[in-house]
Design a protein around this ligand. Sequence first.
Ligand code: C2E
Ligand code: CA
Ligand code: CA
Length: 580
Amino acid sequence: MEDPAGVSGQSQTFLLQVLDTLPAAAYTCDVTGLITYCNRNAVDVWGRTPRINDPADRFCGSYRLYYSDGRVMPHDECWMARTLKDQASYNGQEVVIEQPNGAIRWALAHANPMLDAEGRLLGASNVLVDITERKRFEEQLAYQASHDSLTGLANRSKLLESLDQALADAERRGEPFALMILDLDGFKRINDTFGHEAGDAVLMQMRPRLQKVVSRHDLVARLGGDEFGIVLRGADEARARRVAAAILASIALPMTVGDRRLTVGASLGIATWPNEGRNASDLLRHADMAMYSAKRSRTGLEVYADSQPTTIPHEHSLACELSRALEQGAMELHYQPIVDLASWDVVGVEALVRWPHPERSLIHPIDLMPLVESHGLSTQLDQWVFVEAMRQQRAWRDRGLLLELSVNLSIESLLDDRFLNTMLELIEESPPYRMTVELSERSVVSDPGRAQQSLDRFRTLGVRVALDDYGTGYSGLDHVKLLTVDEVKLDRSFVRGLPGSTTDARIAEAVLSLSHALGLVVTAEGAEDDEALDWLVAHGCDRVQGFCLSEPLPPDRLVAWLESTDRTTRRSVAEFLLEG
Ligand code: C2E
Ligand code: CA
Ligand code: CA
């Protein structure tokens, strides 16, 4: 090794030993920047030791140097060069060194001019303290503070930051942008039925699905639970809608979790700058309201509009009241007649729940079911409905009125052993006169195997099974093949458009021919006028249910309706409607 300061003999050996024990890179250079000495630990920061007296390593020329903000540091501007130029100390600035193999080290650089006895400049002594580990830790902390640990997506505070940035840019350039809030549908059900690990796995699969659709300038964040936020830079409403549709399609693809195939849906709300909000809090509130509204109406996607109700009902207190109402059985069932299209007989009724809220008007399922689902009250509700509807059916039978009873069942209840056993016992003890359980097609896609096992237990007891909302499931028409059922209920979204909409007519025809080929009864829901009814008769639909015959009615009004329709022919139904 070179003699750094002209010391010699024993004291030099001692000094070099001390320098080698320093937990830092210590080295010297001459006035031209040639390296004249370096200690053993210099290798840590430099990757290899700088070469002594090698012009290639002048001012460490064979390494790339950077300032801490990432700018390249020219070699003649580095700490040694500056110290030699200014003949002054350079103290503890953060620098970044790129080693020959590309590895990056952070260091605090110190440099001091070395002078001889006459005060002439000999060179510089330099010390680099490696702070890479500390830097990594700081970066990790910063990352954790702005990211969600489960999905690795940005978190709420990062989204707010990005929103502020987008607002500043938008105001400067007058360029629109959109905020989306997305909430998974039925996520609680996955958590409750398959466990939190399955729930976590579903959330983790959201990251690639969402990021695949957005561009790299956009930000996707998990806001908590099963809620996500997306900032779409430069997007107007049209682009936001396109991205939203792609997101919904991407989420709807089945996913593999453990050995199961699951499907989840989502509801999405959009608010764009500047029309639907000029600041972050308005945009967030409006996107949230639009999402809430999409969830309620099951449309999947909604853009905020001023017409939207400005107050979201106090969900929590409403849920408490609902839970109490369920315990006290303070709910109502209305019954909608189902008519056989060959004989025009009223063959049965579907029980549909309503909540007579003490201060509001009657709360209908469109507002009630999201509350029930999100607060885990589905099974409690279904149990009450089953017991009450069966009691009502018995009461009618005692009066000589034989009506098949259809009840809706949520998938949570179907997969809940306690519920299932209790209900099956009840059915065995006092068998109903014909009963059908209706299960929404959308709800079974997540685990058709388990659903079938439970449905089979109903079928063994003579209870029929209907696939509800048929045609709205995500995977086309093959659920009837996957499940053994007795009936499909063609969703009212297709029936509404009959006969005018050719798409609806084609879907209805396909459902009818497929179902009939499989020997299933088809009930069309939501027939609102005679044209739809005529089409259904002409195309061989078996049963119908809809406002053109009757709305769901409370039990006493249903009996009055049945009596007035007498033999329940189509003509008498029409007469009844005329009477008002
Ligand atoms: P759903 O099982 O498809 O029930 C049929 C819905 O269509 C009912 O809405 C009924 O009022 C409506 N409807 C019938 N005919 C027409 C028509 O001609 N035009 C239009 N526009 N609508 C018609 P409702 O009673 O609001 O129920 C909505 C959904 O809530 C039901 O859809 C069902 O999925 C759920 N639901 C209702 N009651 C219960 C229940 O007791 N338990 C469970 N688990 N779900 C229920
Ligand atoms: Ca139904
Ligand atoms: Ca339905």
